[in-house]
Write a protein that binds this ligand. Structure first.
Ligand code: SAJ
Length: 411
């Protein structure tokens, strides 16, 4: 059997490589020629632990090859981005492009799985785009219907940094547009998933993925709101949370400088967009989390008022601990803001990257350095990411410095 994985990014490439390592013939498709060439050379264009070894093996044994033009296959697995447009409206243009690009190579009996995190109704919409281009084939219309093409939504749920392990171990939601679609998709995932494959319909699967990330967003917003309340009341939020969490039914998450990444800060908006009147709490949580970086900036500015030429150490730029991913990072947003407003001399530390990101280059008073050097020379020390390497820093260096610890690392 041949499986084609369309979109070779953070989800598609690991999935393609794992399928290939199970002995299937895998055709990877991506519009980016560089990505395709890199993969065919047995290398990986993204940073993810263990991915390089799996891809290299899959290419070397001939089980995985990448191309920019779709080829016929038995099953297609679509993992392309679903960003949002102005006004938080979901942007399905990449799914539409894939649907139109795959339509010509579809054959009777094919299974098409949408893995991209999508608003409710996107899987049906994808089927409609394909059906419009292939009037000679029948597509599932409603539950239980027999059709030439089978379609399912099986949302990805892996945590960046743990992708290879979670791809295999996590349970999967399998939401077919028909019973037969669910059955065929379950059989495909059973080839490499050790977790349980849980069956449902496509719309429930779509909402389920959005709800998982919204659950986390709402809970982080609760923690972030507590941190702001505690600041007003001069109470240590970290102690408060650890005490409250000793209750058997309380489990408060950790406050931080805001919520980053491309999932948790995006997906709740898809729910808000589908049900704007009803999704009150989910919308407010997004607003609370989005407001946190500027709150931290104001707090740093207040501390800086005491110094004539404040020297500020900023520890961490990544969107969460122990990764090198700076995209949609609240830590980076905060430092960019401090640089733009000339808040002081900025000593920026990010041990997981080689140099300052573009957005911070060209400022006279922004310097890239090690944690020890930054803390040693600063008046104000701001913890933005609780990287493991920072926990090894000698905390006696902090003596006499003003500490703003957004992650509670040294509290
Ligand atoms: N964060 C906090 N406090 C916490 C936990 C997280 O401030 O207590 C912040 C992090 O620092 C980060 C952001 O939230 O900025 C998101 O980090 P995360 O580790 O919670 O999640 P992601 O975005 O890396 O991955 C999530 C996961 N979803 C859930 O845990 C419900 C992952 O399983 C999904 O596959 C992924 O989104 C996705 O692709 O949708």
């Amino acid at each position: 059997k041949t499986v084609s994985v369309v979109g070779l990014g953070y989800i598609g490439l690991p999935t393609a490589a794992v399928l290939a390592s199970r002995g299937l013939k895998v055709i990877g498709v991506d519009v980016n020629r560089d990505t395709v060439e890199t993969i065919n050379a047995g290398r990986v264009p993204i940073v993810e632990p263990d991915l390089d070894v799996v891809v290299q093996g899959a290419v070397a044994t001939g089980h995985l090859h990448a191309t920019t033009t779709p080829e016929p296959a038995d099953a297609f697995l679509v993992a392309v981005p679903t960003p949002f447009k102005e006004g938080h409206e979901p942007d399905l243009r990449y799914i539409e492009q894939v649907a139109k690009a795959l339509a010509p190579v579809l054959q009777k009996g094919n299974l098409v799985i949408l893995e991209s995190t999508s608003p409710v109704g996107a899987t049906e919409q994808m089927a409609e785009w394909m059906a419009a281009a292939r009037p000679d084939l029948s597509f599932p219309q409603h539950e239980g219907n027999e059709s030439d093409i089978h379609i399912a939504h099986c949302p990805e749920r892996v945590l960046p940094g743990q992708v290879i392990r979670e791809l295999v171990e996590n349970d999967r939601i399998i939401g077919g547009m028909s019973e037969r679609s669910t059955e065929l998709a379950t059989a495909l995932y059973a080839l490499f998933v050790k977790g349980e494959c849980l069956r449902t319909d496509a719309r429930t699967a779509e909402l389920c993925k959005l709800v998982e990330n919204s659950f986390r967003d709402v809970n982080i917003a609760f923690a972030n709101e507590l941190s702001v309340i505690c600041e007003r009341l001069s109470i240590d939020v970290w102690q408060l949370i650890s005490l409250a969490n000793r209750h058997p039914r309380v489990n408060i998450l950790q406050p931080g400088p805001g919520v980053g990444g491309h999932c948790i800060a995006v997906d709740p908006w898809f729910i808000v967009h589908s049900a704007p009147e009803e999704a009150q709490l989910i919308r407010t949580a997004r607003e609370v989390n989005d407001a946190k970086p500027l709150y931290v900036v104001r707090r740093i500015a207040r501390a800086a008022e005491r110094f004539k030429r404040p020297r500020i150490a900023c520890l961490g730029l990544a969107f969460k601990p122990d990764i090198d991913d700076l995209r949609e990072s609240p830590a980076l947003e905060i430092v960019e803001h401090l640089a733009e407003t000339k808040a002081g001399e900025l000593y920026v530390v990010e041990p997981h990257v080689e140099e300052l990101p573009h957005s911070l280059q060209g400022y006279e008073d922004v310097h890239f350095m090690t944690a020890e050097k930054a803390i040693g020379s600063a008046d104000i020390v701001v913890v933005l990411v609780n990287h493991k390497v920072f926990q090894k820093v000698d905390t006696s260096l902090l003596k006499g410095k003003e500490l703003i610890d957004t992650r509670g690392m040294w509290q």
